[in-house]
Design a protein around this ligand. Structure first.
Ligand code: HEC
Length: 100
C-alpha cells in the first residue's frame, strides 16, 4: 500500500514543477505582438472582445504577461484552457494583451 502513494506524490509534484517551468520558459521567449493580435482575435476575442475590454467577461487589458500565461494554462472556471497551444503562440498572445 505504501509504495503507490509515494509514487503518486512524486508524479503530482513532478507535474506541478513542470507547469511552473513552462511559465518561465514562455516568459523567456521574445514575443511578436502583431502575431499575438491575430491569435488573440482567433482564440480570445469571442469572450474578451477584440479590444480586451470584455463586456460580460473580464476586462483583461494591460494585464501582465505572467498573469495571462497562467490563466491560459489553467483555464479558470468557465474559461477554456489553452495549454495545447505552442509556447510561442502563448507568448505572443500575452505580449499583445500587455500592450492593450
Ligand atoms: C469561452 C470564453 C473565454 C475565452 C475564449 C477566453 N476566456 Fe479568458 N476568461 C473567461 C472567463 C469566464 C474568465 C473569468 C474566470 C474566473 O476567474 O472566474 C476569464 C479570465 C481570464 C483572465 C484573468 C482575468 C483576471 O482579471 O484575472 C485572463 C488573463 C484571460 N481570461 C485571458 C484570456 C486569453 C489570453 C484568452 C485567449 C487565449 C482567453 N482568455 C479566452 C472566458 C474566456
Amino acid at each position: 500500500m505504501r509504495q503507490p502513494i509515494v509514487l503518486l506524490c512524486v508524479v503530482t509534484l513532478g507535474c506541478g514543477a513542470s507547469s511552473v517551468d513552462r511559465v518561465d520558459d514562455i516568459l523567456a521567449l521574445s514575443a511578436d505582438t502583431a502575431r499575438g493580435a491575430d491569435l488573440f482575435s482567433e482564440h480570445c476575442a469571442r469572450c474578451h472582445g477584440e479590444d480586451g475590454a470584455g463586456g460580460s467577461f473580464p476586462d483583461i487589458r494591460g494585464l501582465d504577461p505572467e498573469t495571462v500565461i497562467r490563466n491560459m494554462l489553467a483555464g479558470p472556471s468557465s474559461m477554456p484552457e489553452f495549454g495545447d497551444l505552442p509556447d510561442a503562440d502563448i507568448a505572443d498572445i500575452a505580449a499583445h494583451v500587455d500592450a492593450l
